[in-house]
Design a protein around this ligand. Structure first.
Ligand code: AMP
Ligand code: MG
Length: 478
């Protein structure tokens, strides 16, 4: 079958033989388009008007001309333990297209069957989790946070076996690339210095071409990744996003959020908030994410050591100097995010005291993260609706006048543009996915519409879970 809309140009497959295996997606028995991201399709210059054709291609049943389906090799530290071989066990990279804005983007299928990296897994995915990635990823994009995108979810027409039989589906993921910290680790762990270098050269050319002219392009690459990731994690923290599984194979060199599994948005503020059923130690808790940023980047530095300097001791000195700077870099990004959220746009002061005192005032008070900042915009002149969000508002009451004293004209409007009214509320995500799983897409589309215009106040989408919802638990690899 030919689908002239795809103009594939597969630079990864071309430039990096030996880093992937050619695969064939499993043909879905009865592919049916469940949701298509029309605006993204347009951006990509894709014509997907024919639903049957779109379903066949975006399920992997028909491989369009020019696609070169591959499974990429990668390793990764999972919850701190190193797995030398992970790789795309249930994903296939169809190829790359250059979008209307000239950006090169990967088109990948997730849940399209077994690959040589599948180990014991079936390579498949269930409809609920794929719709979840679609919803949360598109919400993140609308919040202005770098992320992979969702082009479509196609039901395959077959069940996948989890604890129970669930309808199977394939997600089409669009990404700046799928190069992960774990991709470098895969080759570094095998002592394949040539492949690490080839991968670094490719990453520089694709994502950070300005590094090529630096004194040491690889050190510059590392610095660029630190900058992108520090900014990304600061943005996550700003909206209360908890990734849930920040393994090194889930950290992209591009600086995009990748792999929406057990992720969720924090409601009542608590630094220790964890949702993932397998994160017993709270390694990937909300407040730990900035520390894991540094930990993961240290693993990247290890993989790149041989490129930092031919002299091993010098390479370690270079890496250590870089790693020591990450905390300060992150803090600067976080303070910039917090200034934006607090309407303190003026340059000069960092207002770190105000940001930290607010966090301290929120801890343990059950104050909803999103609503607190949204209500603060209403509290520029008088206390209004913010105090009732706190179990004990005393500290907050003392903080408000100090904050007001630093505000400049226009703060409320700036804050309403920086602080979302709508995030994917956990209970509503679950309701939407449960309905979708039995064939009712109404709640999904209503929620999608709300979370993709997150700065618009929409009644019915702004409240935290009712107390009856209980403690929220999310699951991995589903
Ligand atoms: P993730 O938790 O999605 O980041 O995946 C971690 C690793 O497990 C990756 O190598 C995945 O390809 C693999 N994996 C997850 N689910 C499956 C599955 N159903 N079948 C095969 N491999 C899987
Ligand atoms: Mg992953």
């Amino acid at each position: 079958m030919t689908l002239p809309a795809f103009r594939f140009d597969n630079s990864y497959a071309r430039a990096l033989p030996g880093t992937y295996l050619a695969v064939r997606p499993a043909p879905a028995p009865a592919p049916r388009l469940v949701v298509l991201n029309g605006r993204l399709a347009e951006e990509l210059g894709l014509l997907l008007d024919d639903a049957a054709m779109a379903a066949a291609v975006l399920s992997g049943k028909d491989v369009p001309e020019g696609a070169e389906p591959i499974a990429q090799a990668y390793a990764g530290h999972q919850f701190g333990g190193f797995s030398p071989q992970l790789g795309d066990g249930r994903a296939v990279l169809l190829g790359e297209v250059v979008d209307n804005a000239g950006r090169r983007r990967d088109i990948a299928l997730k849940g399209s069957g077994r690959t040589p990296f599948s180990r014991g897994g079936d390579g498949k995915a269930a409809l609920g989790p794929m719709l979840r990635e679609y919803l949360v990823g598109e919400a993140m994009h609308a919040l202005g946070i770098p992320t992979t995108r969702a082009l479509a979810v196609v039901a395959t027409g077959e069940d996948v076996l989890r604890e129970v039989a669930l309808p199977g589906a394939v997600l089409t993921r669009v990404a700046a690339s799928h190069i992960r910290v774990g991709t470098f680790q895969f080759f570094a762990a095998r002592g394949d210095a040539a492949q690490v270098k080839a991968l670094a050269d490719y990453t520089i050319a694709r994502h950070y071409p300005e590094c090529a002219g630096a004194e040491n392009a690889y050190v510059a690459l590392f610095d660029a990744v630190v900058a992108a990731q520090a900014r990304l994690i600061a943005q996550w923290m700003g909206v209360g996003f908890i990734h849930g599984v920040m393994n090194t194979d889930n950290m992209a060199l591009s600086g995009e959020t990748i792999d929406y599994g057990p992720c969720a948005f924090m409601e009542g503020y608590a630094a220790g908030t964890v949702f993932s059923s397998i994160d017993h130690g709270g390694r990937y808790a909300y407040g730990n994410q900035p520390l894991i940023l540094g930990w993961n980047l240290a693993r990247l530095a290890e993989a790149l050591l041989g490129l930092f300097d031919a002299d091993g001791d010098k390479a370690v000195d270079i890496a250590n100097a870089r790693l020591e700077g990450i905390a300060a870099r992150y803090r600067a990004e976080w303070l910039a995010v917090m200034r934006g959220k607090l309407g303190l746009a003026g340059a000069g002061e960092d207002h770190a005291d105000l940001a930290e005192e607010l966090i301290a005032a929120m801890e343990g008070q059950g104050a909803d993260w999103t609503l607190t900042f949204r209500r603060l915009a209403d509290a520029v002149e008088e206390d209004g609706a913010v105090l009732p969000l706190f179990a004990d508002p005393a500290a907050m009451k003392a903080w408000l006048p100090r904050w007001r004293g630093r505000l400049e004209a226009g703060a409320a409007a700036r804050m309403r543009a920086a602080n979302p009214a709508v995030i994917p509320r956990n209970h509503q995500v679950e309701e939407a996915l449960a309905a979708a799983t039995v064939g009712d897409m109404g709640p999904f589309h209503a929620l999608l519409a709300a979370v993709t215009e997150p700065f618009v106040e929409r009644e019915g989408f702004m409240l935290p879970a009712p107390s009856g919802f209980g403690r929220y638990v999310t699951f991995c690899g589903t």
